[in-house]
Design a binder for this molecule. Structure first.
Ligand code: HEM
Length: 414
């Protein structure tokens, strides 16, 4: 891999778990700087791991099936964001087969329908809150839940959309917590799973009519790589793996408003130019903090930076540090959407949703949907449908996942 084998240094502390909790998104960055390298070894959550960042590290982590996600994350995270039998726990042919189902559900035409549903729901919620001050994060969760349900083909009478929005958002909000907050979110996750399992059973039994082209029908009819139908509980988990991250796009909506509020010159540019909206979106995804890291377990031996990686060892790719790596990005701390003009599209430098290739590796299959939703919202927000009252706009990098202190309150114009 690297022409110049170097030794991967160790973090000086015997255990870095508390340091990770304390430093949050900057945990890796501070140590890469101090140890002057793009990787180091540390003890985290009870096991040793190599923490790495940068374009080359991302390609090592994401390409050639070197890593699985098995036992890579602490169970408090795993139970909220993945589950037994879900796509993220699969590798090789079973993974590729399941992934192709997601890529079909999220192809260009389907993403366009999702964006249309989002615009409809945004208009509705805007009217509902006209003249009121609301936290955009919560409103975004509701708009995206309604859009995801309508787009995926779930009949409105099958669900309390406000309750589901709360359950789906809680899974992401609480993923980095431990103790009661995490347990409460797990209970809410189980309720959401029960709801999804019942829905899958009813679609299969034709008690619920679902359009043949809908995502809910695709999952209900889904099979494994040997042609066997997906077990009901696995299909239910995949329903959540589709709905939950669409709702999570709400964080990027918040960050978009934060960015345009603090850099108001972008309103006029974005309103009339869809490409500029996409550049702003990519800079929002690069600049603002969301998933800090992704952990993987070595599947087969390989060598990198003069070190042998043995099966079962853990590595952690620092997504935040890679998105802010000065070797890939000039002035990484500044919000500069123009950096994406003529960008080469390297898959391993802009990695808020993973690196490598989505079709063959674990990179997010929802990236095009995320970009399309956020860019469309940037254009809607550029028309200033709300004002931004005085509030605490600070975003703590110690809190994972991050949000502005006041959840980005906006006052909807009538
Ligand atoms: C809200 C913005 C989003 C962020 C920050 C995000 C982030 C990520 C990341 C970092 C991964 C890679 C995990 C890994 O390497 O193991 C991933 C995977 C995944 N994402 Fe997203 N995602 C987002 C939106 C979406 C959307 C909209 C969908 C679906 C509609 C989606 C569905 C998935 C699925 C199913 C996987 C697992 C892929 C696999 O294991 O092959 N995500 N996401």
């Amino acid at each position: 891999m690297s022409d110049t084998p170097t030794v991967i240094p160790r973090s000086p502390a015997p255990d870095d778990t508390l340091a990770f909790l304390k430093d949050g998104y900057l945990y890796g960055t501070r140590r890469f700087r101090k140890l002057d390298g793009d990787a180091f070894e540390a003890r985290l959550a009870g096991t040793r791991a190599v923490v790495m960042h940068g374009r080359e590290a991302a390609s090592v982590f994401y390409e050639d099936d070197r890593f699985s996600r098995e036992r890579a994350m602490p169970s408090s995270v795993q139970h909220l964001l993945q589950d037994e039998g879900s796509m993220q726990t699969l590798e090789g042919e079973p993974h590729r087969h399941r992934k192709s189902m997601f890529m079909r559900m999220l192809d260009e035409a389907s993403v366009a329908r999702l964006v249309e549903a989002f615009e409809r729901e945004w208009a509705r919620v805007r009217a509902e809150h006209a003249g009121h001050e609301v936290p955009l994060y919560d409103v975004g969760n509701l708009v995206l839940t309604r859009a995801a349900l309508a787009w995926s083909g779930v009949p409105a009478q099958r669900v309390d959309d406000r309750e589901l929005a709360g359950r789906l958002a809680a899974m992401v909000d609480a993923a980095s917590t431990i103790g009661p907050v995490n347990w409460a979110a797990r209970v809410r996750r189980r309720r959401a799973e029960d709801w999804a399992a019942e829905l899958v059973a009813d679609v299969r039994a034709a008690h619920v009519h679902a359009d043949p082209a809908s995502a809910i029908r695709t999952i209900a009819d889904g099979s494994d790589d040997h042609g066997a139908p997906l077990p009901e509980e696995v299909a239910a988990v995949e329903v959540l793996n589709l709905l939950r991250p669409i709702v999570a796009v709400s964080r990027f909506l918040v960050f978009t408003v934060h960015a345009m509020h603090t850099h108001p010159q972008w309103h006029a540019v974005v309103e009339s130019d869809a490409d500029a909206a996409t550049r702003v979106t990519n800079e929002v995804r690069r600049h603002y903090p969301f998933f800090p890291v992704i952990a993987g377990t070595v599947r087969r031996p390989f060598e990198w930076r003069g070190r042998e990686f043995e099966p079962g060892e853990r590595a952690i790719l620092d997504l935040y540090a890679t998105n802010h790596d000065p070797r890939s990005w000039d002035e990484p701390g500044r919000f500069l959407p123009e950096r994406f003009e003529g960008w080469d599209g390297d898959p391993n430098t802009l990695v808020p949703q993973g690196g490598g290739d989505a079709a063959t590796g674990h990179r997010c299959p929802g990236e095009a949907a995320t970009i399309a939703l956020t860019a469309r919202f940037a254009q809607l927000a550029a028309r200033r449908p709300f004002s931004v009252p005085d509030q605490d706009l600070r975003i703590s990098l110690r809190h994972i996942p991050a949000l502005p202190m006041d959840r980005m309150r906006v006052e909807m114009r009538p």
